[in-house]
Design a protein around this ligand. Structure first.
Ligand code: NAD
Ligand code: IPM
Ligand code: MN
Length: 361
């Protein structure tokens, strides 16, 4: 059988708690099947940084790069910890991986599953994907400050948008929209204020649209998009947007879909030159870490995206089906009743029962 080399980076806070459940479900979904997962754990994150001063060394990066895919929990310690201020772990680990491994597509699907307790009373049929650019925008760290700490301080944050970088992610989004039933693509930006990058994004979408005549193209300013995401989320199909807007919109999308504990993501290098990385949209949640309160579903659904990316479509479908069944069985708005492990066990059990012949279920 095929062997997949998987790098697991549990990370900080609830990261290790949710990754443990995701690996459990991944193993259940591929048990006795066509693929073996050879998992190597990398202990990276705030604890290691505090102990050694290292965040992601060249040799860590080289070792991670030899894997077929990466599963990450969450990184970043408690933001109140003065030693970790300024997102030192998030930038030095997570963003460094996304940039070094050229994860230019940050794929973040949102679905309101049947029976899910969404905070929206009548969300309708919600099934959209945010294609967030992953390697440019304000995330490049290309700013600086002058006269720092004085009353005359000037802090500049530069958003970098290249024709190459915008076109490749826009093309990916069109390709995705052309394959999905609704054939719709919405560019979200702020072209009324961010005129230089906005113009590049709009011109790129207009130009690429010519190659995809079946895709209906729309544009929304990001502020208005937050209205429509709450008021009428079923209008969206594929949203393509820059790195920062995509970050913000996908936390909102997670909340409307029934909670950030359900939102999965993939950091994809579509060219396959580097391993892609799958992770929940949420962070390390220091407020609930170590208490078995985190919902591991986002991490588990991230393994479905991982399996899908590796072409293991049946195993991916098993995970999704099991998660859908688990969600449908939830009755309370907040899943306070079950621990992280209990949710993981329940989903793993469902995956195993899908694997056994229906007569034995
Ligand atoms: P967060 O996503 O960690 O938490 C926001 C809120 O959502 C909190 O109330 C938290 O308890 C809740 N939450 C998050 N995941 C949950 C889950 N699985 N189940 C139930 N509730 C969940 O965002 P934050 O508080 O802004 O950030 C905390 C740390 O995580 C920071 O250091 C931040 O930089 C980092 N972060 C990392 C990632 C990542 O690794 N991809 C993503 C976002 C934030
Ligand atoms: C995310 C996170 C990261 C981001 C942070 C931790 C750097 O919020 O994955 O959504 O902004 O991309
Ligand atoms: Mn985020």
């Amino acid at each position: 059988s095929r062997t997949v080399k998987l790098a697991a980076i549990p990370g900080d806070g609830i990261g290790p708690e949710v990754v443990a459940e995701a690996l459990k479900v991944l193993r259940a979904a591929t048990d006795g099947g066509e693929v073996d997962f050879d998992v190597t754990e990398f202990s990276l994150g705030a604890a290691r940084f505090k102990a050694t001063g290292d965040i992601l060394t060249d040799s860590d990066l080289a070792a991670i790069s030899t894997h077929d895919a990466i599963l990450l929990g969450a990184v970043g310690g408690d933001p109140r910890d003065p030693e970790l201020r300024g997102g030192i772990i998030e930038r030095g680990l997570l963003l460094k991986l996304r940039f070094a491994l050229d994860h230019y597509v940050n794929l973040r699907p949102t679905k309101v599953y049947p029976g899910v307790p969404s905070p929206l009373s009548d969300p309708g049929a919600v099934d959209f994907v945010v294609v967030r650019e992953g390697t440019e925008g304000p995330y490049v760290g290309n700013g600086g400050s002058l006269r720092t700490g004085t009353p005359h301080e000037i802090a500049n944050e530069v958003s970098v948008n290249t024709a190459y970088g915008v076109e490749r992610v826009v093309r990916y989004a069109f390709e995705l929209a052309a394959k999905r039933p609704a054939h719709k693509l919405t560019l979200v930006h702020k072209t009324n204020v961010l005129v230089f990058s906005g113009s590049l994004w709009q011109r790129t979408v207009d130009a690429v649209a010519v190659d995809y005549p079946t895709v209906a193209v729309d544009y929304q300013h990001v502020d208005a998009a937050t209205i429509h995401l709450v008021a009428n989320p079923s209008r969206f199909d594929v949203i393509v947007t820059d790195n920062l807007f995509g970050d913000i919109l996908t936390d909102l999308a997670g909340a409307i879909s029934g909670g950030i504990g359900l939102a999965a993501s993939g950091n994809i290098n579509p060219d396959g030159a580097f391993p892609s990385m799958f992770e929940p949209v949420h962070g390390s949640a220091p407020d609930i870490a170590g208490q078995q309160k985190a919902d591991p579903t986002a991490a588990i659904l991230s393994t479905a995206l991982l399996l899908d990316h590796l072409g293991l479509l049946e195993a991916a479908a098993r995970v999704t089906e099991a998660v859908e069944a688990d969600i449908a069985a939830r009755t309370t708005t907040v899943d306070g009743a079950r621990s992280t492990t209990e949710i993981g066990d329940a989903i793993a059990r469902r995956v195993s029962s899908i694997l056994t012949p229906s007569s034995a279920r």
